[in-house]
Ligand binder design. Structure first.
Ligand SMILES: Nc1ncnc2c1ncn2[C@@H]1O[C@H](COP(=O)(O)OP(=O)(O)OP(=O)(O)O)[C@@H](O)[C@H]1O
Length: 304
C-alpha cells in the first residue's frame, strides 16, 4: 500500500499521562480510514500529531514524506476539521469560507456553494449566531470543499441531526469518488459510517488494537451461541473477543480464523449471527478492559 502518512513508534506524554504509547501505523493514500476508540483513547492526539499541531514525545510522524510540524509545504496539503471548530468573533459564514478558499490551493468554490445550499446555511449570518449543528455544517463544507490531499474530520457532527449527517456521508462519498484523497474520520457513530470505510484503525488507551482493511473485517467476526462447552471449544480454535454465559449456555463474539465461515459454526452444532463493525469494536474494547490489571482505586476499595 502507498501511505499518505506514517506514524512510527510514536509515544505522546502529557506530563505523567501517556496519551499514545508506541503507536505504529500507516494511513493509506486515497482511502477513507475510520479512526475509532473509546473516549480518551488518543484519537484527537494522533490527529494533532498528523496535522503538526503537536510534536511527539518519541517516535516519528511523516505526512507526504516529511515531518508536518512547522512545515508549510506539508501543512498546505492538510485540512483538519475539529469538533466544535471556532472562528473569529466577527466572521460570517461567508467569511469563514472565503478564508478557507485562501488557505487551500485545491479549494472548489462551486462545491462549497452547493454544500452551503444543501445544508441550508445562511451565508451572511455571523458564525457565532449559528446553532451547534449549523456550526458543524460549516466545518463539513470547509473540509469537503478544501479538497485537501489529507483531510481529517475529528468527530465533526456535534449537534448535526440524522438527516444532515446522512447528507454529509452522501456528499463525502460522491466527491471522494470523483476526487480520491486521503480521509481520516474519527467517530463514535461507527455503524453510521461503517459502509464508507476502507480502513479501520482502533485505538485503545493509546495503543493500536486493530489496524485492518474494512472489507476483510466485514464478516470476519460472528456471534456464536449454544451449549457452554461447545462454544468454549469453538472459541478456543479461533479468537475469542467477548463471552457471556447464562447457566449452561454461552454467547461469544469470535473472530474467525481465515478460511472459516458460518458453515463451520453450524458444523460445530452452534448458531451464529453476523457481528457488525460496531459490535466488533465494542467486543475488542471490552476484551482489553477486562484483561487490564485491577486499577489502584479498585484495590484501595477492596482493602478498605
Ligand atoms: N493537553 C492535554 N493535557 C493533558 N492531557 C491531555 C491533553 N490532551 C489530551 N490529553 C489526555 O490524553 C488522552 C487522549 O485524549 P484524546 O483527546 O486524544 O482522546 P480521544 O480519543 O480523542 O477522546 P474522545 O473520543 O473523548 O474525544 C486523554 O486521557 C486526555 O485526557
Amino acid at each position: 500500500m502507498t501511505a499518505a502518512a506514517t506514524v512510527t513508534d510514536v509515544t505522546m506524554h502529557f506530563r505523567e499521562h501517556t496519551a499514545l504509547d508506541g503507536v505504529t501505523t500507516a494511513f493509506e493514500q486515497d482511502a477513507i480510514t475510520g479512526l475509532l476508540g473509546r473516549n480518551g483513547a488518543g484519537k484527537t492526539t494522533l490527529m494533532q500529531l498528523l496535522t503538526g499541531h503537536r510534536v511527539p514525545t518519541r517516535g516519528r510522524v511523516e505526512v507526504f514524506g516529511a515531518a508536518p510540524y512547522e512545515n508549510d509545504a506539508v501543512l498546505s496539503r492538510i485540512c483538519f476539521i475539529k469538533e466544535g471548530q471556532r472562528y473569529p468573533d466577527h466572521f460570517r459564514v461567508r467569511d469563514a469560507l472565503d478564508s478557507a478558499a485562501l488557505l487551500f490551493p485545491g479549494w472548489d468554490a462551486d462545491l462549497a456553494a452547493a454544500l452551503v445550499a444543501d445544508f441550508d446555511l445562511p451565508a451572511r449570518r455571523p458564525v457565532k449566531k449559528l446553532s451547534r449543528g449549523m456550526n458543524s455544517a460549516v466545518g463539513i463544507v470547509i473540509g469537503l470543499a478544501s479538497r485537501a490531499p489529507l483531510t481529517l474530520f475529528d468527530e465533526p457532527y456535534l449537534g448535526l441531526d440524522a438527516v444532515a449527517r446522512q447528507l454529509f456521508y452522501d456528499r463525502l462519498l460522491a466527491d471522494y469518488a470523483e476526487n480520491p484523497r486521503t480521509i481520516v474520520l474519527s467517530t463514535h457513530l461507527i455503524e453510521e459510517i461503517s459502509s464508507l470505510l476502507e480502513r479501520v484503525l482502533l485505538i485503545d488507551r493509546g495503543r493500536v488494537l486493530l489496524d485492518a482493511d474494512a472489507e476483510s473485517l466485514r464478516g470476519s467476526a460472528l456471534t456464536v451461541a449454544g451449549p457452554r462447552d461447545r462454544v468454549a471449544a469453538f472459541a478456543a480454535a479461533h479468537e475469542l473477543l467477548h463471552t457471556e454465559t447464562l447457566g449452561g449456555s454461552s454467547r461469544a463474539v469470535v473472530r474467525l480464523r481465515p478460511g472459516t465461515d458460518a458453515d463451520d459454526v453450524r458444523a460445530a452444532g452452534l448458531s451464529s449471527e453476523p457481528t457488525n463493525l460496531q459490535q466488533l469494536v465494542i467486543a475488542m474494547s471490552l476484551q482489553t478492559a477486562q484483561a487490564r490489571p485491577t486499577a489502584l482505586s479498585d484495590l484501595e476499595e477492596v482493602s478498605r
